[in-house]
Design a protein around this ligand. Structure first.
Ligand SMILES: [Zn+2]
Length: 233
């Protein structure tokens, strides 16, 4: 059974925030599919069935997978990895689903498997100490090993409000700063990701840089490659 969440300091403003964000997102070209990844400001540091179902009502499933351009993408609810004490059954269902997805990816021998999750597994190094912005060490290593076995090539995360990242063998951890509040020296921006047959290319671009260029121009200028599947994180 899940307990009601007592803490959600942003909740008094939630309806207005949801309304505003949906209004802004209407300005995006409808040909660009939008994919949402839930995080602690959406469902709480220790989510409950209530906070998760509220998110799902506004933004769709809190975890799912999809294919684009022959690439398998797994969108995870990483709050379960941090603190599932208020929703053990949902966390177990998520883990079972993840196991099935990873087993299928391994069996299909996908060229690329890419994970999106809000909290980074690590910020610089797989064996760094635990802190607020990464996942606890044993959970982190368990996931890294499972992802690697399934052929995951990259994990894209946020949460840190700074750009960061590192490698676990051939698996890249990419941490992207925010379009809004910055906690470091980065400028407000987005990460442009280009997936080709051979490689996953990515670069953080500030909104200042983007204002003079279209995303297409950014991509063609950055990567002289055949673009299979460009997407904005
Ligand atoms: Zn966060």
């Amino acid at each position: 059974m899940c307990k009601r969440n007592k803490v959600t300091d942003s909740r008094p403003f939630r309806d207005e925030q949801t309304f505003d964000l949906k209004h802004v997102l209407k300005g995006i070209d409808p040909n660009i599919p939008l994919v949402f990844v839930s995080g602690n400001h959406d469902i709480g540091n220790a989510p409950t069935t209530d906070t998760i179902s509220e998110f799902c009502k506004s933004w769709g499933d809190d975890y799912f997978s999809f294919w684009a351009g022959g690439v398998l993408y797994l969108v995870l609810n990483s709050q379960f990895f941090q603190d599932a004490s208020n929703c053990i059954e949902l966390e177990q269902a998520h883990d079972l689903w993840l196991n099935n997805q990873l087993a299928a990816a391994e069996q299909l021998k996908c060229k690329h498997v890419i994970v999106f999750q809000h909290i980074p597994l690590f910020l610089q190094s797989p064996d760094e100490e635990n802190n607020y912005f990464n996942l606890e060490k044993s959970k982190r290593l368990d996931l890294l090993q499972r992802f690697e076995k399934a052929g995951v090539k990259a994990i894209f995360s946020g949460h840190y409000h700074r750009n960061a990242g590192g490698m676990f063998n051939n698996l890249e951890m990419v941490v992207t700063s925010a379009i809004g509040c910055q906690l470091g020296e980065d400028k407000h921006g987005v990460r442009v990701v280009v997936v080709t047959e051979e490689k996953i290319h990515h670069k953080y671009i500030s909104l200042d840089e983007l204002s003079d260029l279209t995303v297409k121009e950014v991509i063609s200028g950055l990567f002289e490659v055949n673009v299979l599947n460009p997407c904005l994180e």
